[in-house]
Design a protein around this ligand. Structure first.
Ligand code: SF4
Length: 200
């Protein structure tokens, strides 16, 4: 066969294209998802959220199936963590569910606390109370403490209107506007010791 330089390159290009097409089709077959496969995240809805543990504010994807959270993982599109999570954040799913030591099944975390708990003075036991009771009790304690310890004037008679008997530590995931309102509220009670976990 009389193979010219031009026909040689043409034949080589065709052979290369054919080989690449074969490789790609083999690869896509290898990676093809079987619709019936028990892929962990099949038939889930994704919701983005933020890790609750520290001020880093890493983004996470929460996968939900039939109204039930089944997986949490780092969000690759999040500007802060780009998909990564530290060991603490990576175990966030265990707030809800854990693997049973004996059966290997995923079960609700038996240590999760679903209601407010209170340990009364001198008691060694935790007592479960309702949210209404918890809010009422907290309000009562704040009012009583403020009534008892509010300082209107200092030793020199200067007006200070402050309360040193209560401190407030905010959570790390409140946004600036929420923190602004919290700070205003605490200052209105006279609190001096106000800080936020995001700062530390
Ligand atoms: S994943 Fe780790 S670093 Fe990121 S917010 Fe959560 S606790 Fe902080």
């Amino acid at each position: 066969m009389d193979l010219t330089r031009r026909s040689f390159f043409k034949a080589s290009a065709l052979a290369l294209a054919g080989s690449m097409a074969y490789e790609l089709s083999s690869a896509s077959e290898a990676f093809a998802m079987d619709a019936d496969d028990s892929w962990k995240l099949v038939n889930t809805e994704e919701y983005t959220n933020i890790c609750c543990y520290c001020s880093g504010g890493c983004g996470v994807i929460c996968s939900v199936r039939d109204g039930e959270l089944i997986n949490i993982e780092g969000d690759p599109d999040h500007v802060i963590n780009e998909g990564g999570l530290c060991p603490k954040g990576a175990t966030m799913f265990q707030l809800i569910k854990v693997v049973d030591d004996k059966t290997g099944e995923i079960i609700p975390n038996p240590n999760r606390v679903y209601n407010p708990m209170v340990r009364r003075p001198y008691s060694t036991e935790w007592e479960e109370i309702t949210w209404e009771e918890a809010i009422d009790e907290i309000c009562r304690h704040v009012k009583d403490t403020r009534d008892q310890y509010f300082i209107e004037k200092d030793e020199d008679g200067k007006t200070v209107n402050r309360l040193e008997a209560i401190g407030h530590l905010g959570g790390s995931q409140q946004n600036s506007e929420e923190e602004y309102l919290i700070l205003k509220f605490m200052r209105s009670l006279g609190l001096v010791a106000v800080d936020n976990q995001a700062r530390v």
